[in-house]
Design a protein around this ligand. Sequence first.
Ligand SMILES: [Zn+2]
Ligand SMILES: [Zn+2]
Length: 820
Amino acid sequence: MAMIEKLPKDFNIQEIEEKWQKWWMEEGIYRFDREDRERPTFCIDTPPPYPSGDFHMGNVLNWTYFDIVARYKRMRGYNVCFPQGWDCHGLPTEVRVEKEYGISKTQVSPDEFRRLCVEFVNRYIKVMKEAIIRLGCSIDWSLEYATMNPDYWRRTQLSFIILYEKGFIYRGTHPVNWCPRCRTAIADAEVEHQPRTGTLYYIRFPLKRGGHLTIATTRPELIPACVAVAVHPEDARYRGVIGAEVRIPIVDRTVKVIEDEDVDPEFGTGAVMICTYGDKADVKCVAEHNLPVIQIIDEDGKMNERAGKYAGMTVKEARRAIVEDLRGMGLVEKEESIPQEVGVCWRCGTPVEILVRRQWFMKTRALTDEVERSAHEVKWYPDYMKWRLINWARSLDWDWVISRQRVFATPIPAWYCERCGEIIMAKPEWLPVDPRMEPPKVDRCPKCGHDKFVPDGDVLDTWFDSSITCAVHAGWPDDMDWRLFPADLHPSGSDIIRTWAYYLMVRHLALFGEKPYKACLINGMVLGTDGRMMSKSLGNYVAAQEVLSKYGADATRQWAAGGGATGSDIPFRWSDTEYGWRFLRKLWNAARFVSIQLQDYTPTESAELQPLDKWLLAKLDEVIKKVTDALENYAFNIALDEIRNFTWHVFCDHYIEDVKHRLYQPDVYGEESRRAAQYTLYRALFRVIQLLAPFCPHITEEIYQRMYAWKEGYKSIHLSPWPTPTEVDEEALRRGDMAVAVIETIRREKASRRMPLNAPIARATIYAGNRENAEVLKAFAGDISGTCKIKALEVSPMEGDGAEVEGFPEIRVKMEPYPT
Ligand SMILES: [Zn+2]
Ligand SMILES: [Zn+2]
């Protein structure tokens, strides 16, 4: 009784994909087994995305990469921990909620605002979860988490308390990057540097002793905040004015001319004003020279009363007004356009100001050496990406500001004594806690005995939530499974190494004295069809849902895996998914052919293999080895190319074509020869779908379940063991390559004479060029004559005339077709 199902001619990829996605979930095929102590574990630190509702092609690339890893490792015998979380908090969500509802966070109560955020996030989590499932990712959904849930708050807050107690977290009054639109402090990593064209104003500052000094600035509106004028100590032009007093126009104040190594004598006039604060150089200079701080910009980006008559204006308005006034006073010497870099908020694009604010900080710079050491211990794919982390860590000149003046985020678990200001830090057993809603569980201030407290109204940077995922995945703090920590693989985009990879690193180093991940897999950016960055505004944007609807997940995943070298930016090309789709069609047709040919076949372990069968199996061993090596190094494109080339060209174009005569004519070529071909087809197709399973999980499952499950016995192809690379039979390979090259030559000859491929040939002579070749080719004589329909085939050890066989110049083929 035939157990191998005959595959139908057509297949509906959307139906197939949906069916298996549902079945995998119902059956818990990808469940991580915590109790299993036998298999080694493999833990993937899946990034928890912002629930933006848009699972874009960049996400497709990213998730395809590490889903291939998860599936491959599972087949290699690992107990794979592949969780999925959602990074709900923070500015991006708040900004979107404000936009969507047309409100600002200050217009509604924090409770109401939070409710809107949660609603918004839940809605978009659903959309993104569907997209991840639709892409065929083998996530263990029983491990799903959201950073806005109380249980996750507890973990984030606990990490805050531990780091505070360890001395890694402090509260201080320091200059911070401030977004006037979002009205919050933001970290260096959240400041984006955009190139713009600015105006450089040359402005005369009168010297008190007479004459003037011309300074150059792009920010004249900061003149009321000027606290010094600085020149380079070796700048001969200004040697005489060091220590002199200059009168600041607009406001009636004088400041000193100071010398500072950091002033660039080439910029403008070589004399610059130091303001509080125009940029980080100002911050450094003020600290070094112990200068006063005059803050003229408020939290909403408007000038305050210290800006005199400009109070109430925006920064832009004040600039215009001050320049106008300076012109009127005859103090503007020159104006010129210059290219400049402006720091803007990465979420809303508003230029960032530097304000002095009391905030919470994490001592990240103290860890820079350790970060660098650990980065070298981590295996990076590709290797050069580690320098992005190291260079970023080294470039930081401020500690990480971790407090935010927002609503929807994890609250800082602290209160202050109303009388003496003593910090009352929450105890671990009080967590999760929202100090804005409940008082501390103490009766009196331990310092002064007062009994009234005020909550810390601030919240934590969202990166503070998501930078403990490696430990959380391992069960921290309640149920830490040290097999899962450090994570085996951390996947990240090349654009978020400075945030995602970096924050994970510093946080876990500070908490555990251990790096968070052993390996880092970096994906590049997805470019539009025109090779530029993919973006809606450039008109080269392609929505992931559109691609998935048109070609299905298995074709889309082939684009992602095969589009380019790991870590490089890859363009989206419809032709790649189209090719992926055609490959699925080819695979299906081949599998259908095999299924039909195997209807009377009982899979057995032994068969008297013919040389061509041995050749195919040797080729397959070679491919298994190459694919395994490539996947061990996360070289997805190389692995996929190998599998597709083998399937399409070796298996379909050659082997299947070259054994048809044995399958169709057992009376001529023998029953045993037919069974050997059946055996080879059965084994080879099974290996092909196994190798392909991590890339195209749906179609391979479909073929497996219809043809192989009953015999091979694994519940799913994704639970079957990865084929072990065995030693390649080089001799079988060499012999078969020679025979296949001869068949190829005869086909080419037929084509050049405009003969149909199946046209019979009266006689042909192969001049093998030597005895050894002749012996090899004699063994394949049946295959050659059967495939090429040669009535009389002679293999001669002599050299002779005829068509040259590619790769074997000593071999010639001479054929004599029937007269037409
Ligand atoms: Zn902003
Ligand atoms: Zn007190």
